[in-house]
Design a protein around this ligand. Structure first.
Ligand code: AMP
Ligand code: ZN
Length: 112
């Protein structure tokens, strides 16, 4: 299987990692859309949010705990946005579940 974020998780493709534990990795987005923009991904391959199940969902709760910790560390005390794009119509380009964390200033309110 050819998955960019699996390769980043394994360290085969370089990234600017800001956090790693046994379940997930966080790294800065290569094309930042906000002053602070990082991605948090599960180490296990899940293609998209549509493939979250009772069995694999604990990592999602874990990722949200990690996001809260990293947001504090990154100084996002005035707020931030968590974004997940699921499949083509939402513009998902990398088919490995990932949560964008965007902040560092006021964000546009555009939702679609
Ligand atoms: P999405 O459009 O929601 O699938 O988001 C994919 C994100 O991955 C985009 O914001 C890209 O800029 C980002 N991205 C693609 N390749 C890399 C990479 N090698 N390192 C870090 N971020 C990447
Ligand atoms: Zn993957």
């Amino acid at each position: 299987m050819d998955c960019l974020f699996c390769e980043i998780v394994k360290g085969n493709i370089p990234s600017k990692k800001l956090y790693e534990d046994e379940q997930c990795v966080a790294f800065y987005d290569i094309n930042p859309m906000a002053p602070v923009h990082f991605l948090v991904v599960p180490k296990a391959h899940i293609a998209c949010a549509d493939e979250i199940t009772q069995e694999n969902s604990p990592v999602v709760a874990h990722i949200f705990c990690v996001i809260a910790k990293l947001a504090k560390e990154q100084g996002l005390c005035d707020g931030y946005r968590i974004v997940n794009n699921c499949k083509e119509n939402a513009g998902q380009t990398v088919r490995h579940l990932h949560f964008h964390v965007l902040g560092g200033g006021p964000l546009s309110l555009q939702m679609a």
